[in-house]
Design a protein around this ligand. Structure first.
Ligand SMILES: [Fe+2]
Ligand SMILES: [Fe+2]
Length: 269
């Protein structure tokens, strides 16, 4: 019977933001048109995936105090944002939970807010995380450079891979062969053959759990990227072959962010 080690990967929920993933207790009347479908999507995919060995929360679980503006926030109360994130993290059935810190802009203030969140589970939040599963070395960090050039994402991802190999050489540790990143709110995977280890080295940027629209905010006005992905990811590693399979579960953007034209001329009406 083949055994797969299963890890659920979630990130960028941005709890407290109007477009962040919001548990039903915090839904607001004028936002339910996207808060309800987002929550249903999350709930149904978590149910579909079922129990997992590990759950990794890779940063930006909360949106923070709104350092630049607060017009796009449901609440800027950090305690409340953490309680929302706690409900989201508690939904999947996982043997272990790992919480990795996100972007300082969202998650650091007079204290590291993700430490408060991790504390609710009796854990400590990690700056970065290294895990090993059936000999596969996994490195988890929130931040990775982004590119909005249609063919530029892979450059940033290969940089992560090569940097870890170089750093491993200089600092005398074993480099990772599965690098998990978040932060960019788009989903990409790059694989490079490693003949020495006998498998593909993988760099994966996971989709976010903050929506792109429909509500305009300074965040969505600024983010003019051609690529945006909302969803969660499942990583399965085969005990026998040590092969790693990473699958994103994505919500189609057009289901919640419509792009309609305001028709100004009679004949088109
Ligand atoms: Fe984010
Ligand atoms: Fe981030």
């Amino acid at each position: 019977m083949p055994r797969y080690h299963r890890t659920l990967l979630i990130n960028d929920m941005h709890c407290g933001h109007l477009l962040g993933l919001t548990p039903p207790d915090w839904h607001r009347n004028d936002c339910t048109s996207w808060q309800i479908p987002a929550w249903h999507f999350y709930q149904s995919i978590v149910e579909q995936i079922g129990p997992v060995d590990d759950l990794i929360v890779n940063g930006d679980a909360i949106d923070g105090p709104g350092k630049k503006e607060t017009t796009s926030h449901l609440t800027t109360d950090i305690g409340e944002q953490c309680r929302m994130a706690e409900q989201i993290i508690s939904l999947p059935k996982a043997d272990r939970i790992h919480i990795v810190k996100g972007t300082g802009f969202h998650t650091d203030g007079d204290t590291a807010y993700e430490d408060i969140l991790a504390g609710a589970f009796g854990l400590k939040a990690h700056d970065e995380l290294r895990l090993e599963v059936y000999g596969r070395k996994i490195h988890v960090r929130h931040v990775v450079g982004r590119s909005d050039i249609p063919y530029g994402q892979q450059t940033q991802m290969q940089k992560e891979l090569i940097n870890d190999i170089l750093q491993a050489e200089f600092e005398d540790y074993q480099s990772a062969d599965i690098l998990l990143r978040a932060h960019d709110h788009y989903c990409f995977k790059v694989e490079t053959a490693d003949s020495r280890r006998g498998f593909m080295r993988i760099v994966y940027i996971a989709p976010a759990l903050q929506m792109r629209g429909p509500r305009q905010s300074s965040f969505t006005r600024k983010l003019r990227t051609w690529k945006y992905d909302f969803g969660i990811s499942l990583i399965e590693i085969d005990q026998k072959s040590r092969e790693a399979f990473i699958r994103p579960f994505l919500m189609p953007i057009k289901h919640y962010a419509r792009r309609e034209y305001l028709c100004l001329t009679e004949e088109q009406k």
